[in-house]
Design a protein around this ligand. Structure first.
Ligand code: PMP
Length: 440
């Protein structure tokens, strides 16, 4: 647990810190005293982990596929993108509301650079903050209906930092089996007893709570507003009910639901019409609907204040840059003044799902969200389909093991409100057509 050490270090004098580090060093020295094979770090090309990773790419290329990763997008990725000079209909970025690249959002970000520079260069706690930091946090709090919010510089690190800081070895954390890597990392770093329940199965969660809750101090349930691999939504009222009955905290990762769910895009809370105070930690990312980079936690005032003064990756890390803060702020204000973007997104996603189902494509559990998988099963066929679509002018990323479980390889389509109905019709027909060719 990084935070066991870090939390302790935060509260110690320099002299005490040195003593503690010395104690830890002696402890690990003892544990590592038996002889081991030396590994030469400088010869990284020979390291088994590197060779294994390289082999997978070489194998793909050997059977005639292009490396599907790190494609270079030449320009703004919205409903279309440009790769290798070719204009493609784009389904590979989470620009759900078309905010990234919107001239109004870009203009506000440019003005923030002129006013505040490109970096705040240090921790907000130490060197002070900018008015846009506080304005952004207030807008986020308003968006989800919480008392307050704080913004970290990354979405992934928001989960790792917050979970590992608030929970420790005396606690219980229960998360969905399909939780995002950042949630799992946060849980592991906390040192808490970690259990997972079958995807979206709140009854399975209840069984774990019945058995384990009483022997732990704090307990946390972590779920997502929309699951990023499948595009489905948890039954939030049931999870809230369990939170109350078993006196747990409830955290929701709204990376893919903020700006998407609910009539005005206020997320899963609005979608189900729940009381926002029934969720303890509203987490979200700024990188998707909100056209920026970073993550947030919204919740009650005391909790946010505590994190602002003590969460190591907030206290010891730089504040979000002025253009990023301004872009997210502008995106939220635009979302509020143009809620028709959310409606258009829902309509386009619905159309995609309907057409895909009419063509008997396997869209799995996807419902009411902007993430629509087309499950192929076989990894090679999935990569083949992605390449065939690329040649038809469609950019969609294949997802294969280990990103998803064996035999559930898929193409994952992120719908944007900027997609036209014609682009969606053309895409679904092309997918059905090319898949038939591959499987015949
Ligand atoms: N949570 C979920 C559910 C995600 O899908 C992602 C990334 N796509 C993150 C957190 C991390 O967000 P970011 O990419 O903004 O760091």
């Amino acid at each position: 647990m990084t935070t066991n050490i870090e939390q302790t270090l935060t509260n110690l004098s320099s002299q005490q810190k040195l003593q503690l580090i010395e104690q830890l060093r002696r402890k690990t020295e003892k544990a590592n005293s038996s002889p081991v094979d030396l590994v030469d770090f400088s010869n990284f090309t020979e390291r088994p982990v590197y060779k294994k990773m390289k082999q997978q790419i070489i194998q793909l290329e050997a059977i005639g596929f292009k490396n599907p990763y790190f494609k270079i997008n030449q320009g703004i990725a919205k409903n279309t993108t440009k790769i290798d000079g070719q204009e493609l209909i784009n389904y590979s970025s989470y620009n759900y509301l078309g905010m990234s690249g919107d001239p109004k959002v870009s203009q506000v970000a440019k003005e923030a650079i002129d006013h505040y520079g490109t970096s705040v260069s240090a921790s907000r706690l130490i060197s002070g903050e900018k008015p846009i930091h506080l304005e952004l946090e207030q807008e986020i709090a308003n968006l989800v209906g919480a008392e307050d919010a704080l913004v970290y510089v990354g979405g992934h690190s928001t989960n790792v930092a917050t979970i590992s800081h608030l929970f420790d070895k005396n606690d219980l954390i229960v998360c969905d089996l399909l939780s995002h890597n950042s949630i799992i990392q946060g849980c592991l770093h906390s040192g808490a007893s970690l259990f997972s329940f079958a995807h979206n199965d709140w009854q399975a969660l209840e069984k774990i709570l019945q058995e384990k809750r009483a022997s732990h101090q704090q307990a946390l349930i972590v779920i997502e507003g929309v699951y990023s691999m499948d595009g489905d939504i948890p039954n939030l009222p049931q999870f809230i009910e369990l939170r109350k009955r078993y006196k747990t905290a409830l955290m929701i990762d709204e990376a893919h639901s903020i700006g998407v769910l609910g009539k005005s895009g206020h997320g899963i809370g609005e979608y189900f019409g729940v009381n926002p105070t029934d969720v303890d930690l509203w987490m979200g990312t700024l990188s998707k609907s909100l056209a920026s980079c970073g993550g947030y936690i919204a919740g009650n005032k005391a909790l946010v204040e505590y994190l602002k003064y003590t969460a190591p990756s907030f206290v010891y890390s730089v504040g979000i840059s002025p253009p990023n803060a301004a872009a997210a702020l502008a995106a939220i204000r635009l979302l509020n003044s143009e809620p028709e973007r959310v409606e258009r997104l829902a309509q386009r996603a619905k159309l995609f799902l309907k057409l895909a189902q009419e063509h008997e494509l396997n869209t799995g559990l996807s419902q009411d969200s902007a993430v629509i998988p087309v499950i192929i099963g076989n990894s090679l066929q999935c990569i083949q389909l992605s390449e065939a679509l690329f040649h038809r002018g469609i950019n969609v990323q294949p997802l294969i093991y280990p990103a998803v479980s064996e035999n559930t390889a898929r193409l994952r389509f992120f719908i944007s409100c900027t997609h036209s109905e014609e682009q969606i019709q053309f895409t679904v027909e092309a997918v059905a057509d090319e898949l038939k060719k591959i499987q015949s």
